[in-house]
Design a protein around this ligand. Structure first.
Ligand SMILES: Cc1cc2nc3c(=O)[nH]c(=O)nc-3n(C[C@H](O)[C@H](O)[C@H](O)COP(=O)(O)OP(=O)(O)OC[C@H]3O[C@@H](n4cnc5c(N)ncnc54)[C@H](O)[C@@H]3O)c2cc1C
Length: 320
């Protein structure tokens, strides 16, 4: 028996979302008392397999595993080889394709849009925000023994684990299912503008408390001092103060930086859902009853216009 993670990789690097799911899967496997395994598939899989921190990595290298049908073949083979009870993956276009194919092939269920998972009373129980993220539904898999099903997590639900040496690496023997497959024609890099806040270790979250776009240089400067980026709330984006690409939350991005400093943010559930997995959450708010203080690790009650310049000054002095 085992827990199996579908690990994605691009250009010789493991996707941060997959490393996040590996961390959550490690806790799950420990609680269930089973080994943690992973599948890495596609061209270049052998090159990255050595840095996936699980007990056994199953490798399916080659062009055949570039497309969904080949990857489903590889996962089905890995489930047989490892006796997996559950397959976990971080949501992406690719992972959704593969998870759908695998569920159809094996006749099992998928729980999607998950943000957490635990082993309770001998069963796997996942958390899924619903009804505009105003409630969290507990859900499981309707299977008796053996392989239960598939768990697909919202991207960024967990902070990526540090890469480490795996227990062992095994080349998968994958029989060709004979199913008709797509042909891989190539990959074109889309043009991107601005920053990708999901990749930053430090985020300075800026809320309506900043009062207007003219005050954003305060958070931009702090982000620069700390080597991070500025993230925002929907209230800020709706007011046209900052770019939508920086919005965190239900209708924005899900992030899990090492440090998230929430400045002038009330901590509404729709924002919380997008940043609650951050390593350390620090809140600066003048209202001591702001909901953000209910889940922040550290809270500073006070006026951000007084606190931010002092904080910035102290950090700059320490850096020097
Ligand atoms: C369907 C739906 C989807 C949504 N999706 C998202 C989403 O993806 N992301 C998101 O963020 N929101 C989302 N929202 C909106 C969400 O409900 C909140 O309205 C929003 O997060 C509030 O943003 P805020 O914290 O910046 O503003 P506010 O709630 O107005 O909070 C401002 C905070 O700043 C503090 N403050 C004011 N002045 C100062 C000062 N000088 N010093 C220190 N503190 C100060 C105040 O005490 C207050 O707590 C969504 C809502 C709905 C209904």
């Amino acid at each position: 028996m085992s827990i199996l993670v579908f690990v994605e990789h691009h250009d010789g690097t493991i996707a941060p979302g997959s490393l996040g799911v590996v961390g959550a899967a490690r806790e799950l496997a420990t609680a269930a008392g089973v080994p943690l395994t992973a599948v890495v598939a596609g061209p270049g899989a052998s090159g990255v397999a050595g840095s996936v921190p699980v007990d056994t990595v199953y490798v399916a290298d080659g062009d055949r595993f570039q497309v969904a049908v080949g990857r489903v073949d590889a996962l089905a083979a890995a489930i047989d080889a490892s006796g997996a009870q559950l397959v976990l993956a971080s949501a992406s276009v690719n992972a959704a394709d593969v998870a759908g194919g695998l569920a159809g092939r094996l006749g099992v269920g998928i729980n999607t849009d998950l943000t957490g998972i635990a082993f309770e009373g001998g069963a796997f129980v996942a958390s899924r925000p619903s009804l505009d993220d105003s409630v969290v539904v507990r859900c499981g898999w309707n299977a008796t023994g053996g392989f239960q099903g598939i768990a697909l997590f919202r991207a960024g639900s967990f902070a990526p684990v540090e890469k480490a040496a795996p227990g062992s690496t095994e080349t998968l023997e994958v029989a060709d299912s004979g199913r008709r497959s797509q042909k891989f024609l190539g990959l074109e890099q889309a043009e991107t503008t601005g920053v990708d806040i999901t990749k930053s270790d430090v985020l300075i979250g800026a809320g309506r408390g900043l009062g207007g776009p003219e005050h954003f240089q305060l958070v931009e400067h702090l982000a620069q001092t700390m080597g991070g980026e500025v993230a925002t709330t929907r209230a800020v984006v709706d007011a046209g103060w900052y770019d939508y690409a920086t919005q965190v939350g239900q209708t924005g991005k899900t992030v899990a930086p090492k440090i998230y400093i929430a400045v002038g943010i009330s901590g509404a559930i729709q924002h919380k859902i997008g940043m609650q997995s951050s390593g350390t959450i620090i809140a600066i708010n003048k209202d001591p009853h702001a909901p953000i203080f209910d889940f922040a690790d550290y809270g500073v009650v006070g006026d951000l216009f007084t606190i931010l310049p002092k904080l910035d000054e102290q950090l700059a002095a320490r850096k020097a």
